[in-house]
Structure formats: C-alpha cells, structure tokens
Design a protein around this ligand. Structure first.
Ligand code: 3H9
Length: 658
C-alpha cells in the first residue's frame, strides 16, 4: 500500500480501511513542530476520506513517542500546539487507537491517553516524567490519567514521574490490552469501534477515591519534595480532576505547565537532563570500539569491592572476586550474597535473578584465577604501596588485552599505573559507596590510558546503568576536590560564628537531603582526620587552617559510629551538643575571632561560591571537560539538589532567581 507523507516525520499507509499513522522522528520520536503538524494533516486526511474507518498511531523504531521536544522549550511556540492536537484526537469522529510499541512518555503518553483505545506492545512503557524536568504534564495528562486509573494511582505516577511497563499499565487500566503485534491488534480494535460511540477519556467520570488515601499519597509526595514545586503542583492538578469539569481542569493544568516551564527549577532540571546525555562523551572517542568485557575481576571484597561485584553481577557479568585468604574469600562471598538478598527483599531482584547472579560469582584466594578476567577492578586499602604491589602482580597475571582499574579515592593513579609494564591499560574507576546503589562513577583518564581502554571503561560503567564522568588526574578527582573546598568553607564559617546545626539547616532548606556536618557524622570523621595528619608536614603554614575537627576527633567524637561527632545522638536523633559548641568557641577565642551571625542565604551563598571556585579551577586545569560534569558529580555523589541544577548552574543563574 502506498505511503502517504504528512510531514517530514509523519507518514501513513491505509490497511483494511484503517490509516496506520507512523511517527518517525529519531532518536525518540519527540513531538517536534513537524510531528504535530503531520498529525494534524493526517487527521484532516482521515476526516476527508469516507473510506477511512479509523486510525492507528504508532512510532517507528523502539520508541512510541518520547514526549514533547525538550529542545523547543524556551523558543517561541509553533502552531499547532500539543493540547490542540490532543483535543482533536479525543474529539475525532472516527476511532483512533494507539499502538504503543515502546516508551510513551510525557506528551507521548498524553497522545495515547487521548486515543479511544491503547494497545501495549511487549516493550511498551507509559509514564508522565514531567516532574523530573521541573514541570507538570501540559497536554491533559493530569486530567485524563485519573479518569482512567483513579486519583491515587495517578498521583503516584505523575508526582514521581515513574514509568510503568505494559503489564502494569494493563492492570491499572491505562492500557486496554497487551499484544505481541500492537499495530495489528490496534487495527482490529479500530475496526471493531468504527461507527460505535467512542470511549473518550475526557468524558469518563473520575472514579471516586477515599479522602484518607489521597491525603496519604499527598503526604508521601510532600515528604520527598525537598523544596521542589512541580510534584506538589502535580498533586493539586490531579485532585482538581476529581473536582472540576474537564475544560476547567485542562485550563488550570496549562497555566501551571506554562508557569513551571519558564521557571528556574525547570531550566535547572533540563540542564541536568542534557548534561547527563553529554556525560561520558569524549571528543574523538566515538570512533573507538570498546573491548568486549564478559568477566570482571574484583580485588577486595570489603564494602566497596562487594558493592562493585554486586553491580557487575546484577548487570549480567561473570565476577571473580579475589581475597587474601580462603576465609576472607568465603566472608566476601557471604557479604555479596547478603547484598543480593537485600536487593531481592526490596523487590529490585527476583529469586531467580539472585540465584543466577550467585552462579556467575567465583570467590577465590588464588590471584592466578584472575587470568581469565577482561577487566580487573581493585578495591583494596587506599595505600600506595599496597596498590602498586598489587598492580605489578596483576600485570603479570591478566591477559595482554585485559584492563586494570583502580578505585582509589585520593592516591595518584598515574603512580599506580607506572608500576605496570603497560600503563596504557590502566584507568581509574572511582565508585561511590554503596557501589551497588550509587549511580556516579568517576572514570579517571590517566596520563597513559589508551583511548580504547577509556572507551571500554565508559561502556562498562554505562552497562552497569551508572553515570560515568570523565576526569583527569588530580588529588580527590572532581568530587572530593569540590567537596573539600566546600567543607573547608563550612569550617571557616564555624570559626567565624556559625554553628554546625545552623549551616546544616541552611543546606537542608536549600534542598540537600542532609547538611555537611550531619553527613560527616554519618561517614565518620577518622579518615579525613588521618589525611589531615598525613598532610600536616606539607601544609602551607600561611594558609588558614581550622582545628575544630581535629579537637573533636581527639575528644573521641568520630561520628555516629562512636555515638557522637558534630552532634550528640541521644535516642539516635541528632541534637546540638554544648560540648561541641564549647570546642568551637574555644577555637574562636584562641584565634581572637569575634563571632558574628550568618543568614541562611549567606551560608549557602558562601558554600556555593567555594564549590564554584574549585569547579572553575578544575575546568581551567582540564581535569573536568564541562561545567555540567561537575554539576552531575555534586548532584549524584554529594546530595546537591538536582532541581537547583548543580553548583555551576546555580551560581551562573543565581541572578535569575528572584
Ligand atoms: C513533555 O512531554 C511535556 C508535555 O506534557 C506537555 C507539552 C505541551 N526531547 O536518553 P537517551 C534526546 S516533557 C528532545 O540517551 P535512551 C536526548 O537528548 C517531555 N530530545 O536515549 C539524546 O540526544 P543526543 C517528557 C530528547 O534510549 C537522545 O534523544 N518526556 C527527548 O536511553 C537519546 O536520548 C521525557 O521527559 C525529548 N523529549 O532513552 C522523556 N528525549 O543523542 C525524556 C530524549 O543528542 N527522555 N532526547 O544526546 C527519556 O527519558 C529518554 O530519552 C528515553 C530514551 C527513555 C525516551
């Protein structure tokens, strides 16, 4: 059957009197202006042709429709706007059925919701992820979804941005059925509906919901909002669907959408979205093929090593974990199994997958067993002698094409690489703890790392479902360098007059899940103390040095593990401790500092500036390639609120915040 073209991205063919309309707008079939105008032209055509009994809308490739074209945000709107297209679909006199072949997200889900039937393919997923971009759905999602699935499930999906797979969509009533061939099932569905009264989603009454359940769903959203606007707006609009006429609900939704789209919060989250897509891209590296990796060696099965092993196992790799003794290897196996069990109990792993992971795990005390590994990641004690000796040994064991990675946090990976005969095969893979949970991995491009080795490391990290950020060699890499600057500034403010709980309260109000002193207490103060002692001899005597943390450690206040640190923990809850206040006051007095008070804004402003200054140095030194990479490190590794865009974005746009 001849193809009819409606625009550069929308075409159709007539099959058994049904017009099969296909959107082909790679990479994700976003609803760009030519898609919207193409859909309108297809509707004009179908309205004009009596022979056409109905329509099917589907997407080319793996996606149904990835949503509105985010690249159009911030540009002048181009007609027809999406709500117009969607309202026309819903009101259309002939049946329109969506054949959801892949992800139907945002505006894509809204197109599906407005159709008179929805057939999910096996790879289909449905979601309204707008809150992740700081906005709410803007083309009817908040009004139509509750009509199909009810208010409480709609709050869950829209306020979290969670996507559901085909089977859950059918169970919720979002999709009508699941089919191996969604286009042919949609065609049959359209034929069956032709000439009958159509099920128009907007006309369905919202199912009655229990007020207590709505309140509970709303409370859950507020508890996680941490200063973001979009999730609570989404809840308000979904609730409005149950209280207002469709038209009024749609008008309210549109107003909220436009307001949020132009907000700094949305600009920040869009920056994060595009920064994530740019992360891990290195000029020229796209032409380099990564080496195949099937077997991953992990040396050391402590907290970090076992987390890395779990991450590799759950991503389908075979893992050989090396320990120093058979006993340690057995404990390592038990630790990995326990983490897998925990993941299973949380519902993120099935029993079969857990068993499959364990079957792919070998623990050993024989270094020679690593000969089969394509990549070996060391996660042993952060000591240069230990690591260089290990690398020397590994270099003689693994195959010539195998990659050696160090997970060091502070040591010089070039010095570790230099211990091998072939430093070009060495790369840094700095995981964050717990490694099976945290998305961030700093991929350290060492002086001699071969492009192919870097490309392989990046591909490996992505295959773990993690976010790789490329980083040059420097002490502490991107994250710990920025974090050290931030921590130093926080300690300066302590000495100048702020108290730990005041600094933490300012950070938490800004959107951090936890302030810096509470975080230090969680992590423990002794590692940083040991570092400071190591660095004491080489420290510039003219540089400002705050001794308060040392005094705390000397007093046995090593953080939560020791029961007290920057705070006391009576009954497990953090509380201001007069003993800490006295230590701080004594330190001020010793330096003749007259304490002054700080506003919350001043505190966050100074901390932001410290992060940004360090970030700028990292860019100038060529350690970080993009400001967005620094933002992603701080968001994914250190709790910087994503809806503020990361420190570099926030500082750049601080003048836009009014
Ligand atoms: C919305 O719909 C608002 C409406 O309610 C109201 C309107 C009135 N636009 O992620 P990937 C690009 S808001 C433009 O690596 P994957 C992306 O930048 C929207 N570009 O692929 C990248 O480009 P590049 C709601 C987009 O296979 C390339 O596509 N929708 C868009 O891993 C590949 O991306 C969302 O929030 C877009 N909407 O995952 C969905 N989406 O190659 C956002 C992607 O130049 N998208 N690009 O770097 C996603 O979640 C994932 O991209 C998706 C594919 C799951 C679709």
């Amino acid at each position: 059957m001849a193809e009819i073209r409606f625009s550069e991205s929308v075409s159709a063919r007539l099959e058994d009197d049904v017009l099969i309309v296909t959107i082909n707008n790679p990479p994700v079939n976003a609803l760009s202006a030519h898609v919207r105008s193409g859909l309108m032209a297809a509707l004009d055509h179908a309205a004009d042709q009596p022979v056409i009994a109905g329509l099917v809308i589907t997407g080319a490739g793996n996606t149904f429709i990835g949503g509105a074209d985010i690249k159009e945000f911030g540009k002048p709107p181009m007609a027809p706007v999406l709500p117009e297209v969607i309202e026309r679909i819903e009101a259309f006199e002939k049946p329109i059925v969506s054949a959801v072949n892949g992800a139907a997200l945002g505006g894509g889900c809204e197109v599906a919701l407005a159709c008179h039937g929805r057939i999910a393919g096996e790879k289909a997923s449905f979601g309204l992820p707008e809150v992740k971009l700081g906005i709410v759905p803007g083309a009817g999602g908040t009004q139509r979804l509750p009509r199909l699935i009810g208010i409480v499930p709609a709050i869950d999906l829209i306020a979290t941005g969670r996507a559901v797979k085909a089977d859950e969509a059918v169970a919720l009533g979002l999709a009508d059925s699941l089919a191996a061939d969604p286009v042919s099932a949609a065609l049959t569905f359209a034929q069956a509906q032709a000439g009958k009264p159509l099920r128009r989603t907007g006309m369905i009454a919202v199912p009655p919901a229990d007020a207590a359940a709505i309140n509970a769903a709303e409370a859950k959203v507020s508890a996680k909002a941490r200063g973001q606007t979009a999730p609570s707006e989404a809840v308000r609009l979904v609730k409005a669907a149950g209280e207002r006429e469709l038209k009024q609900g749609l008008a309210e939704e549109r107003m909220a959408f436009l307001r949020l789209r132009d907000s700094i919060e949305s600009a920040a989250l869009r920056h994060v979205f595009f920064a994530e897509r740019a992360a891990g891209k290195v000029e020229g590296l796209d032409k380099v093929s990564p080496r195949p990796i099937a077997i991953v060696g992990v040396v050391g099965t402590g907290l970090m090593g076992s987390g890395i092993a779990v991450s590799a196992l759950t991503s389908g790799y075979r893992v050989i974990a090396l320990e120093q003794t058979e006993d340690a290897a057995a404990s390592g196996r038990a630790r990995i199994a326990e983490t897998l069990d925990k993941t299973m109990r949380s519902g993120r792993l099935t029993t079969t997958s857990r068993d499959d992971c364990l079957a792919r795990l070998q623990t050993t005390a024989q270094a020679g067993d690593l000969a089969r590994a394509d990549l070996v990641i060391e996660a042993v004690f952060d000591d240069i002698k230990v690591k260089t000796e290990l690398f020397q040994k590994l270099d003689g064991i693994v195959a010539p094409g195998a990659i050696l990675a160090t997970n060091t946090s502070y040591l010089d990976p070039d010095a570790i690489a230099a211990a091998t005969a072939d430093p070009s095969r060495v790369v840094g893979l700095h995981f964050f703890s717990p490694a099976n949970v945290m998305r961030l991995v700093e991929v350290v491009d060492c002086a001699e790392t071969a492009p192919e080795v870097l490309a392989s490391a990046l591909a490996f990290v992505k295959s773990l479902g993690k976010l790789p950020i490329v980083c040059g060699v420097t002490e502490g890499f991107i994250g710990n360098r920025v974090f050290s600057a931030y921590r130093r500034e926080a300690e300066f403010m302590l000495e100048d007059g702020a108290l730990p709980h005041e600094i933490d309260a300012a950070l938490e109000a800004y959107g951090f899940p936890m302030g810096i002193f509470a975080v230090n207490d969680m992590a423990g103060l002794e590692i940083a103390w040991a570092r400071r002692k190591r660095q004491a001899a080489t420290r510039d005597p003219a540089a400002r040095y705050v001794e308060i943390a040392d005094r705390l450690c000397e007093a046995g206040r090593l953080g939560r593990k020791s029961g007290r640190g920057w705070y006391a923990y009576p009954k497990g809850e953090r509380a201001v401790d007069p003993e800490v206040t006295a230590i701080i006051e004594a330190a001020r007095a010793a330096k003749n500092i007259k304490p002054r008070s700080f506003t919350a804004e001043e505190i966050t402003g100074r901390l932001l500036l410290a992060m940004v200054d360090e970030g700028k140095s990292l860019l100038t030194e060529g350690i970080a390639a993009r400001a967005g990479d620094i933002d992603l490190v701080m968001i994914n590794g250190y709790g910087f609120p994503a809806h503020k865009g990361g420190p570099m974005f926030a500082a750049e746009h601080s003048k836009d915040r009014t």
